[in-house]
Design a protein around this ligand. Structure first.
Ligand code: ZN
Length: 87
């Protein structure tokens, strides 16, 4: 099977003691984005779903509220929530 010739896999040159070998590896997924404004989220690791279990939780998601949003959107949301509180 010649499926490794596909460009959907990335090519990595790996140095060994005697020569340089060509290895084929899977590409990284796209960076995660904020669902409200579409900005790239910071502090989120960029690995495939099967590798996520090997990564520490602190590297996967920020430890604040509304971690799926960017910091600006989460700040807006927090203010919105606080203002709409019924006393
Ligand atoms: Zn946002």
């Amino acid at each position: 099977m010649v499926r490794y010739k596909s460009r959907s896999l990335r090519r990595v040159f790996v140095k060994t003691a005697s020569k340089i070998n060509l290895h084929y590896r899977k590409r990284k997924p796209n960076k995660q984005k904020c669902p409200e404004c579409g900005k790239v989220l910071k502090g989120m690791v960029r690995v495939r779903a099967t590798k996520l279990k090997e990564v520490a939780k602190s590297k996967k998601v920020p430890s604040r509220k509304f971690a799926n949003l960017c910091s600006q959107c989460s700040r807006k949301k927090l203010i919105e929530r606080a203002r709409s509180l019924k006393w």
